[in-house]
Design a protein around this ligand. Sequence first.
Ligand SMILES: *Cc1c(COP(=O)(O)O)cnc(C)c1O
Length: 218
Amino acid sequence: MVADTIRLIESELPDKAKLIAVTKTKPVELLREAYDAGCRRFGENKVQEMADKQPQLPADVEWHLIGHLQTNKVKYIASFVALVHSVDSLKLLQEVNKQAAKHNRIIDCLLQIYIADEETKFGLSADEAEALLQAPELDGLPNIRIIGLMGLATNTDDDAKIRREFRSLKQLYDKLGQIQRPMLHFQELSMGMSNDYHIALEEGSTLVRVGSAIFGSR
Ligand SMILES: *Cc1c(COP(=O)(O)O)cnc(C)c1O
């Protein structure tokens, strides 16, 4: 089941898009099953859970932190995390840089952008994201790279609305990708989940984060 669904989704992906299997709350056995089906990218939303699972899977797994990250928890994932999707402040970037330096790494990050009209979702506005990418303080952070943006569409059946939100995120991605600075390497646009990844791919997503469609509901 898991293997078939992974292969089906992989077969739907355009060339430059990649699948992140979202494994939050799921047992390690299920991650192994996904691994055996060829999946090498896993997304978790909690630091502790990701840090617990990481040593139990092969070293060639890419671990993607997709949930809100508190500065005091960066240290638990800094040695191995492949991409932090949820950066929403300069303070967090500074802490990621500090912890990455301790491990002699450069950690890739995405800025999380607020595109949905729901109260609960984290993220930066377009203006805040631009200000952050222009901030002089970034020059002092040699151990991070910002490689794109992430966003969550509104949880709705209104496909047209979802499409508008993804399209606006793609437009912002294209605009902010013009900014030339050494730590900016825009190449990833993380958008799309189980319910809306087809729309996200049509609107230019390069990273779809799919959980329940593969592993069942949580
Ligand atoms: C849980 C989660 C997903 C996956 O959601 P599904 O609906 O299960 O595909 C994607 N992105 C984020 C940020 C999540 O927290």
